[in-house]
Each structure stands twice: as C-alpha cells, then as structure tokens.
Design a protein around this ligand. Structure first.
Ligand SMILES: O=C(O)c1ccccc1N[C@@H]1O[C@H](COP(=O)(O)O)[C@@H](O)[C@H]1O
Length: 243
C-alpha cells in the first residue's frame, strides 16, 4: 500500500502552540513554544508540518514573525511546511511563500475572493492547496464562524481552476479525538481526482490505518493534532503504522 503522509499540526494562538475543540475560539489547550513543538516533531521523524496562524484565521491579530521563524527553521531541517491561516491577499501570500514553506493552505479566500484564488492557483500551482473546512457539506470561513457555500459546488469550481490539492477538515470532528469522517473523505475523493489531505478527529493508530486504507482513492496525507499532544500515540508509532 502507498504510504500515507503524516502532517503533525502546530496551531499558534497568542504566541503559543494550542489545540482547539471544533475550532472554537476559547477552547484552547496550550502546549507551549511553537518552535519547540515543531522541533519535537522534526526529531521524531516528521517530513511535514501543518503550521497554522490561528489569530490570523480568526482575525484577532497574527503570529506572522513567530510563524515565519518556525517555517524557516523547518526548511533548514528539510521538513516541508504547509502554512495556513490568514492568507487572503497578495501581501499575506507573498509573506507566506517567502518563508520557504512547501505550500500554503487557503481557506476563507477560496470562499470570499474566488477570482484571486483562481489567479494564485494559476500562478503558483502545487504551492497552493485549498482548505475545505466543512460542517456537514457546508463550507466555513473566517475562523470557521461563517458559512461559505456548498462543498461540492466549490470543489467543482476549484477543480476547473486547476487547484492542486485539498485539505479537508470535518469541523465537527476537529480536536475531539472521535475518529476521522471516513465517509466525507470517500465522498470528496469520489468528486475530485486531486489528492486530499485528511484533517480532524484522528485519535488512534487504527484511525490512521483506516485513513491509509483510503490512499488508493486519493487520500495523500493526514493531519494529526490533539492525539499527538495528548500522547495517544507517538509520531514514531504513527509513521511506522502508515509506512
Ligand atoms: O486548525 C484549526 O483548528 C482552525 C480553527 C479555526 C479556524 C481555522 C483553523 N485552521 C486553519 O486555518 C485555515 C483557514 O485560514 P483562512 O480562512 O485562510 O484565514 C484552515 O484551512 C485551517 O488550516
């Protein structure tokens, strides 16, 4: 079976690595320095890091300098970074790409400024992923607080525009340790031929094995957050289980 890529998550709020429940502001559990968290995942064998500026996503400020420092250190250590949160215009995109990240993940802008997103997809290809953050089949933007249209209509549009890959998050599962939404992942894979990165709900090595079973359908990777911070398993164990 083809290998499932694992992307440990480092979400940053107010300068700290945090995990949220259902992505709701105010539910933060803090895990200290984002750089130390990222370095710990690198030492454990991470090839990828999903790095999120939650303040920029929520519109409560940003952690841009800190995030750039983490992304640049990861690039030096050959860890690929998927950078996310608040990338919504030319300036924030240029700053994100200048960190040396492998790709950026665009959420709100894909819902609110589709012309801009079509342009950056055309201009940057593989360095642009779109985050499809859903409740049911309704997309959510602005820190997952606002509805942004239908998942499958948006997917069809982005496919036509040449979007390289999607990061699919089931908000109802995110940060809950309740298991991934495999049906959603299968449905998205059936609707697009682009690779999909799964996000939300991973709680166990069996969850990761179940997601790895979807690799033939088009799932390329899985973001793992709370389960690693809560020590449900180690990253070494997760890499072994999915290789
Ligand atoms: O990752 C989270 O827990 C999260 C919670 C609430 C909002 C966003 C969250 N994460 C990431 O932010 C991007 C969206 O950022 P934007 O809309 O482009 O500014 C989303 O795709 C997640 O990767």
């Amino acid at each position: 079976m083809a290998k499932l890529e694992l992307l440990p998550a480092v979400d940053v709020r107010d300068g700290q690595a945090v995990r949220l429940v259902h992505g709701e502001s105010g539910t933060e559990t803090s895990y200290g320095s984002p750089l130390e968290a990222a370095l710990a995942w690198q030492r454990s064998g991470a090839e990828w890091l999903h790095l999120v500026d939650l303040d920029a996503a929520f519109g409560t400020g940003d952690n841009r300098a800190l995030i750039a420092g983490v992304a640049e250190r990861m690039a030096e250590l050959n860890v690929k970074v998927e950078l996310s949160g608040g990338i919504r215009d030319d300036d924030t995109l240029a700053a994100a790409l200048a960190t040396g990240c492998a790709r950026v993940n665009i959420g709100t802008a894909a819902l609110e400024t589709p012309e801009w997103v079509a342009r950056i997809i055309a201009g940057h290809g593989e360095r642009i992923a779109v985050g499809l953050d859903v409740r049911g089949t309704t997309l959510r933007g602005r820190g997952w607080t606002r509805d942004g249209g239908d998942l499958y209509e948006t997917l069809e549009r982005l496919d036509k525009e040449g979007c390289a890959r999607y990061v699919v998050t089931d908000i109802a599962k995110d940060g809950t340790l309740q298991g991934p939404n495999l049906e959603l992942l299968k449905n998205v894979c059936a609707a697009t031929d682009r690779p999909v990165v799964a996000s939300g709900g991973v709680s166990s090595l069996d969850d990761l094995r179940a997601i790895a079973g979807l690799v033939p359908l088009g799932v390329e990777g899985a973001i793992v957050g709370k389960a690693l911070y809560a020590k449900a398993f180690t990253l070494e164990e997760a890499l072994e289980a999915t290789s």
